[in-house]
Unconditional design. Structure first.
Length: 76
């Protein structure tokens, strides 16, 4: 059964977001400004605390200069 709030999945996504950001030598603040997503929100996403909306994921992908689909390449 798939739960709406899958803690493990959120943590995996957050870890992958952080990896993508760090590969581009971006600070959280820089990504926040570039993607127009609040710094506090990026911090919570990277820690797996919140479940980002699809629009937030699209904005982060824009800020990271990757396809939105690449944001989900952390899945096994």
């Amino acid at each position: 059964m798939i739960h709406v709030r899958d803690e493990k999945y959120l943590k995996q996504f957050g870890k992958y977001l952080k990896k993508l950001r760090e590969e581009r030598n971006m600070s959280q603040e820089f990504l926040a400004n570039k993607s127009d997503v609040a710094l506090a929100q990026i911090t919570r996403i990277e820690r797996g605390v919140i479940n980002p909306t699809i629009c937030t994921i699209k904005a982060l992908a824009f800020g990271l200069e990757v396809k939105t689909s690449e944001m989900f390449e952390f899945e096994n």
